[in-house]
Design a binder for this molecule. Structure first.
Ligand SMILES: [Zn+2]
Length: 75
């Protein structure tokens, strides 16, 4: 009953090429920018303008961490 394919990967869609860029909230907040590995577009993260997106990312990341710790306990 272990469905690993339903794992959520935190990240956002590239506004230029539409590809998914995996990232973490920590990375966004510390580096302040993001680079798309497909079209090499550099995205500057405006923490105020992106507050909604950042909150959504934070939720995904928190959920992922919860899953990780749960799976450790379940062995
Ligand atoms: Zn791109």
């Amino acid at each position: 009953m272990n469905n690993k394919q339903q794992q959520q990967v935190p990240g956002m869609a590239c506004p230029q090429c539409g590809k998914f860029i995996p990232t973490t909230i920590t990375e966004l907040l510390t580096s302040g920018h993001l680079r798309c590995s497909y079209c090499l577009l550099k995205l500057n993260i405006d923490r105020y303008k992106s507050a909604t997106a950042l909150k959504a990312l934070a939720k995904v990341e928190a959920a992922q961490k919860r899953v990780e710790s749960t799976s450790k306990f379940n062995r």
